[in-house]
Design a protein around this ligand. Sequence first.
Ligand code: MG
Length: 203
Amino acid sequence: MRIGLGYDSHAFKPGVPLVIGGLAIDHPEGLAGHSDGDVLLHAITDALLGAVSAGDIGTFFPPGDPRWKNADSSIFLKTALEEVATAGYRIANIDTVLVLAAPKIVPIAGELRQRVADLLQLRPGDVGIKAKTPEGLNQDGVAVAQAIVLLVPIGTPTDLSKMTATVDAETDIDSVVKSLVAEEPLGTGLKRRMPIYDTEDIT
Ligand code: MG
């Protein structure tokens, strides 16, 4: 397995469209940057590149290059996914933290998670999106994102516990195969007890 960590920050700027996690968000200010300023996708891109020791987002997309002016950051993410696949890995799961004073993320948290999952070709249950306000940091004009990703070799089953299935004389081989390839409803494997996003701590 491989693990990768990503971090990014961008300042809010009036009159700029706000895009976070590939999602256009209705807000009076957006994030300033050479590209579309998508702080979350930049952090995820760096986590992916870091996990396969392939440099960082600036290695592939230098900020001085006019080709990336106002670029859709999903382009950066796609390149990082290609690097991961070339190295022989796929994402097992990813977790992220957004730190920003506004806008509130709760109303769009589900949509945001779905969008990031789509971009990463993951199930929403393999994507964590958490948001915090910058309490005590005096950085309300800035959005910060952190991302951590776990990679496994291509071909590794999604649910490792199912690799322990065994066959004995009494067991029908077909039922074992079916259990190995079965899709479980999201969350059941994690024995989730609390509903997601039901917290005052999310902005
Ligand atoms: Mg950035």
